[in-house]
Design a protein. Structure first.
Length: 576
């Protein structure tokens, strides 16, 4: 491979010996570096989303040292650049609101520093799409290093899955079937190592999508965070990024239309999080690739769920998935649905990357002839309640709700929902449809994961464990149940959901892909005339920028000024 030092971005900072580079070079020496550290070497940014309050990334402080080792082994010069961490469990009002902030930070970190290539360290839900969005917008050689799933949880000999079992045992506590001491035992046992959720939640979904897109080393997304192979992979990432710089292998060469279609097929087969739709659309549009809700629905009709992992599956978790063969084995199972000519960060086509993949447990990774669900994980619905679309995860809900008609019980805010849901006098039955609105991209604000609305306590005591729920919010990928999400346009900006009233009859039909309120057009016109817009949630700062420029869920919730037009080349980054 050619090693033309003059073509390195960093050469502009350090290449000559004039007055302007004097400051750059002398300040590097101030930190103890010598010219031998950077001269003739690609400078690699390690964009690390570690923080003291992100348990998913707790091991990144250690892993970054192995990445640096790999970079040095291949003749590069590593520089660690910390970025906002976006700990899903702690960030309010939602980590989703700050996804675009991290994407902007990544783009500007690379743009403003002498960087030739980037290692992107992430894993917690929103960090994966944010890091990739920023990297493709800057379009320097980049490789993603996934945090890896945590070890499976344990309580009283029962295997626990993060998120999924939180919801399950919370319902049992509210129903009076377990004690407060039991609940505290679940709390202590459900997350017992560093790493992201080990269910097929948003984190595992998005790292698998990054893998399927070709932005990780093949199979890297499946390695548990606590497995020693994760350390080995971290060094290999460091070595590979240096070669990618010399090869000038750019994200836009990897992220083609067929790459995103591959990723969508893999997501369907994995039993993916509903959040995948928003993030993949946003990532694709940064790359100038047109992906819509219809691409997901088309894939869902063709690609079955073959990963028997919770919450779509009953028993297994991501640790089991890795030892069953991991993502390469799943991709081998569905290769008839993939474009095997797409390349990855290896520079090789997918056909070569998965050529030696094998399934070691056929109950964990099923064949397409023996799936756990015959269609893909998600279905896109449209109708007069969601003219721009919404999404449901039928693989994780009760079959009786695949065609359901019932009266709406509407809540205007999450606070109202919490206040009323356990009222013994609440007028609700198992056939009612719970509705939460004003929880979308702007109204939430930040589209929080409130979409798995709690089942009323009096129904829980009667044995009810699922009912139809509708909202313009999102839900955690670890959630389950008959939850219709991402209603677009959202209620806060005057979408039809804002006009719905308690008692209105709604019909949801998954096979017909429809969602409609049985209210006449003339009645809806009258209601709109009396609709009063809600107060904007932010008056200043990033929140103001966010609420002014964020797109709706069906368009990926990116900022309008950051997307690349379909079919257009990613703009050449300006160097000042």
């Amino acid at each position: 491979m050619s090693k033309d030092v003059a073509k390195l971005r960093s050469n502009r900072w350090f290449g000559d010996k004039g007055l302007r580079t004097f400051g750059h070079r002398s300040r590097m020496m101030q930190m103890g570096y010598d010219p031998i550290d950077w001269e003739g070497r690609p400078i690699i940014a390690i964009i690390n989303t570690w923080s003291d309050i992100n348990p998913c990334h707790a091991h990144f402080r250690n892993r970054v040292e192995f990445v640096k080792t790999g970079i040095l082994q291949s003749g590069g010069f590593p520089l660690e650049l910390p970025a906002i961490s976006l700990a899903e469990q702690f960030v309010k009002p939602s980590a989703m609101m700050y996804r675009n902030m991290l994407a902007m930070e990544v783009e500007e970190l690379i743009r403003s520093h002498p960087i030739d290539g980037a290692v992107l360290m992430g894993g917690c839900d929103k960090t994966t799409p944010a890091l990739l969005m920023g990297a493709v917008s800057m379009n320097v050689p980049s490789i993603y290093l996934p945090a890896g799933p945590m070890l499976r949880g344990n309580w009283q000999g029962k295997t626990l899955g993060s998120g999924s079992d939180s919801w399950k045992y919370w319902d049992e506590l509210r129903a009076g079937n377990i004690t407060r001491a039991d609940w505290e035992g679940v709390e202590r046992g459900i997350a017992r190592s560093y790493g992201h959720c080990m269910t097929m939640g948003t984190a595992s979904t998005m790292t698998a999508i990054a893998d399927a897109l070709g932005m990780t080393l093949p199979g890297a997304s499946s390695i548990p965070a606590a497995d020693s192979n994760h350390i080995t992979m971290s060094k290999a990432v460091g070595r590979r990024i240096v070669d990618m710089v010399w090869e000038d292998l750019l994200p836009t060469q990897i992220l083609q239309l067929a790459s995103f279609q591959n990723a969508i097929a893999v997501a369907m087969a994995m039993g993916c999080s509903t959040n995948a739709i928003i993030h993949v659309i946003a990532m694709a549009r940064r790359a100038g690739v047109s992906i819509t809700l219809d691409d997901f629905d088309a894939a869902s009709r063709k690609v079955p769920v073959v990963a028997n992992v919770r919450p779509s599956g009953e028993t297994y978790l991501m640790e089991d998935f890795y030892y069953a063969g991991g993502l390469p084995a799943l991709m081998k199972q569905i290769e008839s649905h993939l474009d095997l000519s797409m390349i990855s960060v290896t520079g090789r086509p997918l056909s070569e990357d998965i050529s030696n993949a094998r399934v070691f447990n056929e109950d964990v990774i099923r064949s397409i002839d023996n799936p756990i669900y015959e269609e893909g994980a998600l279905a896109v619905l449209r109708g007069n309640l969601a003219p721009h679309g919404c999404v449901i995860k039928p693989s994780a809900c009760s079959a009786k709700f695949l065609d359901h008609t019932g009266p709406a019980l509407v809540f205007d805010s999450y606070e109202e929902l919490k206040e009323c849901i356990d009222d013994e006098d609440l007028d609700v039955t198992e056939d009612s449809i719970l509705v939460l609105r004003n929880a979308g991209p702007v109204g939430g604000p930040g589209m929080p994961e409130w979409g798995m609305l709690p089942i009323p306590q009096k129904l829980l005591r009667a044995g009810v464990r699922d009912m139809l729920r509708i909202s313009d919010a999102r839900m955690s990928g670890t959630s389950y149940g008959a939850c219709v999400l991402h209603i677009s346009p959202e209620a806060h900006i005057g979408g039809p959901l804002a006009l719905l009233r308690t008692g209105d009859i709604i019909r949801v039909n998954i096979r017909e892909r429809s969602i409609n309120m049985q209210v006449s057009d003339s009645e809806l016109e009258d209601r709109r005339a009396s609709w009063i817009p809600r107060e904007e949630p932010f008056g200043r700062g990033f929140g103001k920028m966010y609420s002014t420029h964020v797109s709706q869920a069906h368009d990926g919730c990116d900022f309008d000024f950051l997307q690349t037009a379909a079919g257009a080349a990613v703009p050449e980054p300006k160097i000042f």
